[in-house]
Ligand binder design. Structure first.
Ligand code: S3P
Length: 436
């Protein structure tokens, strides 16, 4: 078991680059694999989750070369070119891999079984299975709505008009990807807008997608054309350093080339509403996605009621936003965030337990939590093998009064390879301990 030991204090400074966006890397790879022709992906996240997607396509006969660090060359096989894998596809910890691949593969004639690690095995899959079955996919999951998922070849998908019951980009994307091989026009209505990386990525591969309000639609049957994609740095990884610089005395930091898609950037808005000193520099569009350098300085934070409308666009950042809340003056209330209970861990429970261990007053509710800012003490934290819980509590060490041990941090590699080195270079006093 890998634990992190964080000594209190320190400040964050300098210019840094965090790894490529996880959501965008998955999508670039998936579309490149089924496109006609070659694609080059730069800035690719070489993390456990995206490497699981890569291994799945290799097992289905796609030639993928890692030409250098963070750069992959994919020889697309076209929509009809995937072969049936000779083994079970194990997607490890990655919900995005399993949900998006289920949709993509359902209509491509591939016979396969999808499975994952202990955390992924307990996450809800019925939300994708039910609508995919409505599209006539031959797909099943276990009785209790979890992995393994089985997909049979030979299904002829038909398009559906679907009202999404939850705000989930993985669900939306799964159905859009199934729609690529369905007969007719697939129409998805979202309750609130979620990250639109799939829609943007499809257009990069010359596939038409229409968006009108919160309805997204595409016509099945077309082909995708291979292309070159530059993946921006992941705002979800940058978020740890943004909060770190806000709460550590004497910090000034620039994080370069970060994706600031309007459906992902709510962490910036929420922190600014809490008083954070954040400036966006060099804004531009790269491979269809907005990016910027993010400058952050130490800030006097105060508690707020987080608007529920901001929840989907900050869904992965709440562990570290709750650390900011613990360091803020007054009370922060998070509501309407029940989806946090079905992430890599139950993040409402994990953050409540961890913050309380560190002496912070927290009230846990079914769909959120109330955090009263205070003094962060030391203690031993359970990460519940969740990468973002592990990194959030590591960052809390910058403003703690005593050492913090975060247990079971190996999964940080799933989204943020190199976190320890980068954090140490920026100013966090972190020691990796291997416990046998
Ligand atoms: C993701 C969507 C979100 C997010 C996850 C990545 C994606 O999940 O939490 O980390 O790449 O589409 P949900 O769709 O379950 O909200």
């Amino acid at each position: 078991m890998i634990n992190y030991l964080i000594s209190p204090g320190g400040k964050l400074s300098g210019n840094l680059r965090v790894p490529g966006d996880k959501s965008i890397s998955h999508r670039a790879l998936m579309l490149a694999a089924i496109a006609d022709g070659q694609s080059r992906i730069t800035g690719f996240l070489d993390g456990g989750d995206t490497l699981a997607t890569m291994a799945a396509f290799k097992a289905m006969g796609v030639e993928i070369q890692h030409t250098s660090e963070n750069e992959v060359l994919v020889n697309g096989v076209g929509k009809g070119g995937l072969s049936t894998p000779g083994k079970v596809l194990n997607l490890g910890n990655s919900g995005t891999s399993v949900r998006l691949l289920s949709g993509l593969l359902a209509g491509l004639g591939v016979e396969c079984e999808l499975t994952g690690d202990h955390s992924l095995m307990s996450r809800p899959m019925r939300r994708i299975i039910d609508p995919l079955q409505k599209m006539h996919a031959l797909i099943t999951c276990s009785e209790d709505g979890t992995l393994p998922i089985h997909i049979k070849g030979g299904a002829c998908l038909t398009a559906i008009d679907f009202e999404m019951p939850v705000a989930s980009a993985q669900l939306k994307s799964s159905l859009l990807l199934a729609g690529l091989s369905a007969k007719g026009r697939t129409r998805i209505h979202e309750p609130v807008a979620t990250r639109d990386h799939t829609e943007r990525m499809l257009r990069q591969f010359a596939y038409q997608v229409e968006c009108a309000g919160n309805t997204i639609s595409l016509e099945g049957g077309g082909a995708l054309l291979g292309t070159n994609i530059e993946v921006p740095a992941d705002i979800s990884s940058a978020a740890f350093f943004i909060v770190g610089a806000c709460i550590a005395e004497g910090s000034e930091l620039i994080i370069e080339n970060v994706g600031i898609n309007p459906n992902r950037d709510a962490v910036i808005h929420i922190l600014r509403e809490m008083g954070a000193d954040i400036t966006l520099l060099n804004e531009k569009i790269v491979s269809g996605e907005p990016i910027a350098d993010i400058q952050v300085r130490t800030s006097e934070l105060h508690g707020i009621d987080i608007p529920e409308s901001r929840v989907p666009a900050a869904i992965d950042e709440f562990p570290v936003i709750m650390v900011a809340a613990a360091c803020a003056q007054g009370v922060t209330r998070l509501t309407g965030a029940g989806e946090l209970r079905v992430k890599e861990s139950d993040r409402i429970a994990a953050m409540s337990e961890g913050l309380q261990t560190l002496g912070i007053e927290v009230e846990e509710q079914e769909t959120g939590m109330t955090v009263t800012g205070g003094t962060i003490e030391g203690g031993e934290i359970n990460s519940f093998t969740d990468h973002r819980i592990a990194m959030a509590f590591s960052i809390a060490g910058l403003n703690a009064r005593a050492p913090i041990t975060v247990k079971d941090c190996a999964n940080v590699e799933t989204s943020f390879p190199g976190f320890v080195e980068l954090a140490k270079n920026a100013g966090l006093d972190l020691l990796v301990q291997e416990q046998v």
